[in-house]
Design a protein around this ligand. Structure first.
Ligand SMILES: Cc1cc2nc3c(=O)[nH]c(=O)nc-3n(C[C@H](O)[C@H](O)[C@H](O)COP(=O)(O)O)c2cc1C
Length: 188
């Protein structure tokens, strides 16, 4: 079995759902963002990253996403929306939203997903916790969605696709669930 630092980080990374209040250091944030910018992309870097580190704004986004969740047909999301204790950002001090230019000839979902994964792996590699967060994107699907885009300075023509939170982990270790068997077919 080959083992190196990159493979170790990939296997070690887990979604972290409990964070310290302390903000991440600027140089750590910059390292994570740079890793995002180096992701593979079909749209010639037609993405945009929005870094939110304002606690009041993060709290408002959490509430807006939960309000939208309350109206959904999906029971699991509705329950989370109605759960007063649930914070969809898990108290993390930094949220990065990855948006893609809607006017590129190729769909930007894959580019933005690749960038988001790079953010998570880079975070793990420098000891930060991270979690890919779909839930907060619900804020953009509320009637106030376009106001949110404006307030968050998402460039015109860009669609927010994915997001990730970053911060210092409250607990050091998280169990890695076993990988499911039989997910690979070899044709040689
Ligand atoms: C597209 C996408 C959206 C996700 N959205 C959320 C989310 O809103 N909240 C959350 O806690 N985790 C979210 N996750 C994290 C997954 O729950 C997590 O990756 C999965 O359970 C595997 O666990 P691991 O990341 O620890 O390996 C999301 C992951 C992906 C890929």
């Amino acid at each position: 079995m080959i083992v190196n630092e990159t493979l170790k980080i990939i296997k070690q990374r887990r979604s972290i759902r409990s964070y310290k209040d302390e903000q991440v250091k600027e140089e750590e944030l910059q390292a994570v963002l740079e890793a995002g910018l180096y992701a593979p992309n079909a749209g010639d870097q037609a993405w945009h990253f929005t870094v939110i580190q304002n606690r009041g704004l993060l709290d408002r986004l959490n509430l807006a996403a939960k309000e939208t969740a309350k109206q959904l047909d999906i029971e699991h999301l509705r329950e989370l929306g109605n759960n007063e204790k649930f914070n969809c950002l898990y108290g993390a001090p930094t949220l990065i939203i990855v948006s893609g230019n809607e006017h590129t000839p190729v769909p930007l979902e894959a580019d933005c997903a690749a960038a988001t994964q790079n953010l998570l792996l880079a975070a793990e590699s420098i000891g930060l916790g991270s979690c890919w967060i779909f839930f907060v994107m619900l804020a953009f699907y509320s009637p106030q969605g376009s106001e949110w885009r404006k307030e968050l300075k998402i460039p015109d023509g860009y669609k927010p696709y994915y997001s990730a939170v970053l911060g210092y982990k409250k607990a050091a270790t998280v169990n890695v669930p076993d990988r499911k068997p039989n997910l690979i077919t070899y044709i040689r």
